[in-house]
Design a protein around this ligand. Structure first.
Ligand code: DX5
Ligand code: ZN
Length: 218
């Protein structure tokens, strides 16, 4: 079954705890938490203190997506705040492999991600070192953008690598995911769909989540 990770970027932040409960009750598998520093991307969201406050509202796994420079500086804070997985960008400043290793040392799942213009082969050195690959299907920074078609072959490339080397690798997609683009990504090999606007615009996201979960193999 495909896993669904609603992006809390589209939630009502004044009610973050309740929104997390809503996501869990709607059948989501993970809550996706978009951390932006105003440097790596031209937008700011929230950091570890907010995640720590939100943690006690739900048991759903917290999937942090760090859109920040030099992420190794902060991974311990995010681990202590209660994140279950932390994903970092290949393009960010600093030693990204050291960040991946530190995430593992802290006992969490480590993910690597890249923006649409970045060459898929920039992932190669990380593939056998991570638990999750997040293929960005928009340029990181904002919700509600249009899906980039040209990212589909990147999903296929990572899926082929996973079949040959690590069938348990989580292959996630993020950006412009809706009923149609999500299906295409699953057909290309993704097994985790991150979506913000397409889910949070619905009064009840549970039906949409169960539809998307039915994409792909059982
Ligand atoms: C964008 C974030 C996404 C974003 C997706 O930088 O990484 O997680 O919330 O939003 P939608 O699904 O609206 O494109
Ligand atoms: Zn994200």
């Amino acid at each position: 079954m495909t896993k669904i990770a609603p992006s809390m970027l589209s939630c009502d932040f004044s009610r973050l705890g309740e929104e997390l409960v809503r996501v869990e009750k709607s059948g989501a598998d993970w809550a996706h938490l978009d951390v932006m520093d105003g440097m790596f991307v031209p937008n700011l969201t929230f950091g570890a203190p907010i995640i720590k406050c939100a943690r006690h509202w739900t048991d759903i796994p917290f999937d942090a997506h760090l859109m920040i420079e030099d992420p190794v500086r902060y991974v311990e804070d995010f681990a202590k705040a209660g994140c279950d997985s932390i994903t970092v960008h290949t393009e960010a400043e600093g030693d990204i492999m050291a960040a991946v290793d530190k995430i593992h040392d802290l006992g969490l799942k480590a993910g690597i991600t890249m923006n649409p213009p970045t060459d898929v082969h920039d992932l190669d050195r990380y593939l056998d070192r991570v638990d999750l690959v997040l293929i960005m299907t928009v340029n990181a920074g904002f919700g509600g953008q249009k899906f980039h078609e040209e990212c589909i072959p990147k999903i296929e490339y990572v899926k082929k690598w996973a079949e040959d080397h690590n069938p348990g690798l989580e292959i996630s997609v993020d950006g412009g995911i809706n009923r149609e683009t999500g299906k295409r990504c699953v057909e290309a090999g993704a097994n985790v769909l991150v979506a913000g606007s397409a889910l949070f615009k619905l009064d009840d996201m549970s039906q949409e989540i169960s539809l998307w979960k039915g994409y792909g193999p059982d």
